[in-house]
Design a protein around this ligand. Structure first.
Ligand SMILES: [Zn+2]
Length: 389
């Protein structure tokens, strides 16, 4: 009987405790439902309206209430970095690294990666590099850490470390051969500036071994031969470029012709260049070839070529050159001459406003040719065949 009485007394108490526990739990749920989501939606709204400052304020407020939501803290860090608030991002990630809510090594590595990105963006490259070198050993973040290290080494012109990192990053679907060959060309240029041609040639041969299509290596090898008065070898090397990628021919045309002049083989050189112009009518050789034709074959040949080139590739520079040639050829009266000069000047001014080179990857436009696009850092993405853009 006593046991039954006891059960009768205890059972309602269990129900009471359960009811209270349920009430407390529901209160927490309702509180979270009322505070957290609405603030998150406020930050979403602000982001959609491009009010990133307002969004970051909302997220910061949520984090103060709910510091255990690590993902939200990482999002805020990214937002700070996108807004250029690198000091806030660094402060947040440093604080997060010491947080009691960060449990696993993977989470800590993720925060270290974000911190490295903050340092990189803030220009504190040494600190970014030391964090990334530790992350190279991480199972999850090794590749991305090496990717960023590769960017840093390129920005620092640390080509030796860039080569080593790119080799480690090489995988079946992307071998980094273009980049590694270009890094070797950079090393070769540094050696050439110091007149260490033996070392430069060593790097350039390595570049060609890695990427036989590396035009830049042959351009530089030709330049080394030229600098040492070995003109036949310079010509032979530059002629290889046609098979590698003929679009680079305009880049070597003047030096190539100069080498023929130095060998006293001007006619042979001119025949070669005329051959290039005929086989590849899309190459922009107008300025360099018309000058050579004017000097060695005469004005009529120069006019014929420019007339043909203008029809193949209509552009203001070739038009201005053609007008100039007409003026030199014919005996116009002053009124016609003044009109022609005016048209030529307008065409040249128009041409000066235009870019000549464009990156095929990010559409960056420039008057100058770059082997590596200064905007997207892609190598060999800029078409070397100068045109009006
Ligand atoms: Zn680009």
């Amino acid at each position: 009987m006593n046991i039954i009485v006891l059960w009768l007394l205890v059972t309602p108490l269990f129900f009471a405790f359960g009811w209270i526990a349920g009430r407390i739990d529901m209160k927490t749920v309702i509180k979270q439902a009322k505070t957290l989501p609405s603030r998150i939606f406020d930050s979403f709204d602000a982001l959609i309206d491009n009010k990133t400052g307002v969004a970051s304020d909302h997220i910061r407020d949520i984090i103060e209430l709910e510091p255990q939501i690590i993902e939200l803290q990482l999002s805020l860090g990214k937002l700070y970095r996108n807004r250029g608030e690198n000091d806030l991002a660094i402060k947040l990630h440093n604080k997060l690294l010491n947080s009691q809510y960060l449990f696993s090594t993977e989470q800590k590595d993720q925060v270290r990666l974000e911190l490295a990105k903050d340092f990189q963006q803030a220009g504190l490259v040494d600190r970014a590099e030391s964090l990334l070198l530790k992350l190279v050993k991480s199972e999850l973040y090794s590749t991305i850490a090496q990717d960023i290290l590769l960017d840093i080494y390129q920005q620092d012109k640390n080509w030796l470390d860039a080569i080593e990192t790119a080799k480690k990053l090489a995988r079946s679907d992307y071998n980094y051969h273009t980049e590694v060959a270009q890094f070797n060309c950079e090393l070769a240029q540094e050696a050439s500036i110091k007149s260490d041609y033996a070392k430069a040639l060593q790097h350039l041969n390595t570049a060609l071994e890695i990427n036989r299509k590396c035009v830049r290596a042959n351009i530089l090898i030709g330049e080394i031969y030229f600098a040492q008065n070995e003109y036949s070898q310079a010509i032979a090397t530059w002629q290889l470029i046609e098979k590698q990628n003929y679009l680079y021919i305009p880049m070597i045309i003047n030096n190539l012709f100069e080498a023929y002049i130095n060998l006293d083989k001007t006619k042979e050189g001119l025949t070669l260049i005329k051959g290039y112009a005929k086989i590849y009518p899309n190459l922009n050789l107008a300025e360099s070839l018309s000058n050579k034709l004017l000097n060695y074959d005469g004005i009529e040949e120069s006019i014929d070529y420019l007339d043909h080139a203008l029809r193949m590739q209509p552009n203001s520079k070739t038009a201005a050159l053609l007008i100039d040639s007409y003026m030199n050829h014919n005996d116009f009266n002053d009124s016609v001459k003044n009109g022609a000069i005016l048209i030529k000047e307008i065409l040249i001014r128009y041409n000066e406003k235009l870019a000549n080179y464009r990156c095929g990857r990010c559409n960056f436009k420039s008057k100058t040719f770059f082997w590596q696009c200064p905007a997207c850092y892609e190598w060999e993405s800029i078409n070397p065949n100068n045109s009006e853009i």
